[in-house]
Design a protein around this ligand. Structure first.
Ligand code: UD1
Length: 344
């Protein structure tokens, strides 16, 4: 056993895939989740894939007493991966207080308790949204951050700053900020995947629900951008690849592979794919035709952004491995599994 890890938000999309990879790598995982955007059955999926059922605490990380009692019940936690957060960009514009309250309080509580319980390493889920519209692509970690376009994005920037300030103040912890690009797909077993609440706001769940007939057609937001085919460009990163980056980050901190207390890594493939190219990949990989139409731009969208993942490649020894066709197949298999289970 490599040690105990607390995964907040561990029954969510990224949290569940990361739990599987942590367990496969020999870590013992304790999950805390308030199930506000996930459900208990996710634990069955994790157990089916990895053969281990993680310990589970149903609770809210905004409540410091709940966290304190968790640390007392499970002594010796060595690292924390903090996925627990509100994450819908549009909703954050409607409910800014909820977003600031949740995302900042969760972080502050965890950072507060870490020294008290001797927790050494902290991985924070950040986002490429901190870069805003890049001046050039691919973008490196040294590129300037830009003013956030939503309260959700602002919480990611503020949380990054809080972590830096806490470390500067002499806190005995180490932290790694992972800036995710666009995580997509599902575990190849189709035992776990993304389960959006209501009408999906993100592209791939909208694609798979359209292919399933749940949505009539996909709206492509804009084909008049300054890109080769006019649609926006993103760096779509396979969810299992993304999950593995967290294991590499924890290994680095807990095995003292670096003397830096704070590091930042882009987690992406290094390749930009347009929205239309992604639709094409979905159709090709699954032998399906996807009904879609071009509509106007969506407010707040970035035109194009993709990662320079060189630092993660070289320093973490992490590389994106799963190709886009396999990723799109996994997304479709997951959607089909949801149908088989009568969920969607
Ligand atoms: C958004 C957030 C990002 C967050 C991520 C969470 C912004 C600027 N960024 O990324 O901070 O981490 O969600 O997953 O809001 N699209 C369509 N039709 C659809 C849905 C999307 O054409 O029905 C297009 C969008 O216009 C965009 C691309 O697909 O060009 C990707 O959109 P989406 O999946 O929502 O992710 P981002 O906006 O890149």
């Amino acid at each position: 056993m490599k040690g105990r890890i607390l995964v907040t938000g561990g029954t969510g999309f990224i949290g569940s895939h990361t739990t599987v990879e942590l367990q496969n790598a020999g870590y013992e995982v304790i999950i805390i989740d308030n199930l506000s955007n996930s459900n208990r059955e996710v634990l069955d999926g994790i157990e089916k894939i990895s053969g281990v059922r993680p310990a589970f605490v149903e609770g809210d990380c905004t409540d410091i007493a709940t966290l304190r009692s968790l640390f007392e019940t499970y002594p010796g936690i060595r690292g924390i991966i903090n996925f627990a957060a509100s994450k819908a960009v549009g909703e954050s514009v409607q409910k800014p207080i909820l977003y600031y309250r949740n995302n900042l309080n969760i972080l502050l509580n965890l950072l507060d308790l870490m020294p008290e319980f001797g927790v050494k390493g902290f991985v924070f889920s950040s986002s490429c949204t901190v870069y805003g519209e890049p001046d050039q692509n691919p973008i490196t970690e040294d590129a300037p951050t830009k003013k956030a376009t939503s309260p959700y994005g602002a919480t990611k920037q503020i949380c990054e700053d809080i972590i830096a300030d806490v470390i500067k103040s002499g806190s005995p912890i180490k932290a790694i900020l992972l800036r995710y690009f666009n995580p997509i797909g599902a575990h190849p077993s189709a035992e776990i995947g993304e389960l959006p609440n209501g009408v999906p706001q993100n592209l791939v769940p909208y694609i798979t629900q359209t292919a399933m007939g749940i949505r009539k057609e996909l709206s492509v937001f804009g084909n008049d951008y300054n890109t080769p085919d006019g649609s926006c460009i993103r760096d779509f990163i396979n969810i299992v690849d993304l999950a593995r980056a967290h294991v590499a980050a924890l290994d680095r901190m807990l095995e003292d592979k670096s003397d830096k207390a704070l590091e930042v890594f882009n987690i992406g493939t290094g390749e930009g794919l347009s929205v239309l190219q992604l639709i094409d990949a979905f159709e090709r990989a699954n032998g399906l035709k996807l009904p879609y139409k071009i509509v106007g731009r969506r407010e707040g969208d970035i035109e194009q952004i993709w990662a320079d993942p060189k630092r993660a490649n070289e320093v973490l020894g992490w590389h994106a491995q799963v190709g886009i066709d396999d990723t799109m197949r996994s997304a479709w298999r997951w959607q089909q599994r949801l149908r088989e289970r009568g969920i969607m």
